[in-house]
Design a protein around this ligand. Structure first.
Ligand SMILES: [Cu+2]
Length: 145
C-alpha cells in the first residue's frame, strides 16, 4: 500500500535526489547485495535466484533480469505466479513502471520493464505464489551514477 501511494510522489523525490543524493553513498551500504549471477535468497520454503541480469549488475535506467524459482529440494517451480516490485526504501517510493514477468519454463521467469530511474539503494520485492504458498524474498541493489 505504501509503495503505491509513494509511487505518486516519484517526481518530487526525483527533484530532491538530483541535488542531495549521491548514488555512490550506497556502495558501502551493508544492506545491499553484491550482484553475481546465481545470487539466491530464501522465500519461505522456496528459493529465488537472480540467474542473470541485463545489464549486470543492474544499472540506472531500464533493466531485465531472469529469476529462477526452486522448491526446498532444489527442483524448479515452473507454475508460480511471480511479481516484482522495485522500491527505494530510503526514499519511500516505487518505480513509476510495473515490471512485466513472463514465465519461460523450467522455473525461469524473465522480468522486463525493470525501470530503476535514480541512483541509490533499490529493493526488488519478490512475491511468489505456487502450490498454495505465497512467499516473499527481496534483493537489494545499489545503483551508482
Ligand atoms: Cu528515489
Amino acid at each position: 500500500m505504501r509503495a503505491i501511494a509513494a509511487a505518486l510522489a516519484l517526481a518530487a523525490c526525483g527533484a530532491d535526489d538530483a541535488s542531495s543524493d549521491d548514488g555512490s553513498r550506497c556502495a558501502a551500504d551493508g544492506r545491499k547485495d553484491d550482484y553475481a549471477p546465481g545470487l539466491t535468497k530464501p522465500a519461505g520454503t522456496l528459493s529465488v535466484t537472480v540467474a542473470a541480469a541485463r545489464p549486470g549488475p543492474p544499472t540506472q535506467g531500464m533493466n531485465e533480469i531472469t529469476l529462477a524459482v526452486t522448491d526446498g529440494e532444489g527442483r524448479a517451480v515452473a507454475d508460480a505466479r511471480v511479481a516484482v516490485t522495485p522500491v527505494m526504501p530510503d526514499h519511500g517510493h516505487a518505480s513509476a513502471r510495473a515490471p512485466v514477468v513472463t514465465p519461460v519454463g523450467d522455473g525461469t521467469y524473465v522480468v522486463r520493464e525493470l525501470w530503476l530511474p535514480m541512483p541509490g539503494l533499490w529493493q526488488l520485492a519478490i512475491e511468489v505464489e505456487a502450490a498454495g504458498l505465497r512467499e516473499k524474498a527481496a534483493f537489494q541493489f545499489c545503483i551508482d551514477r
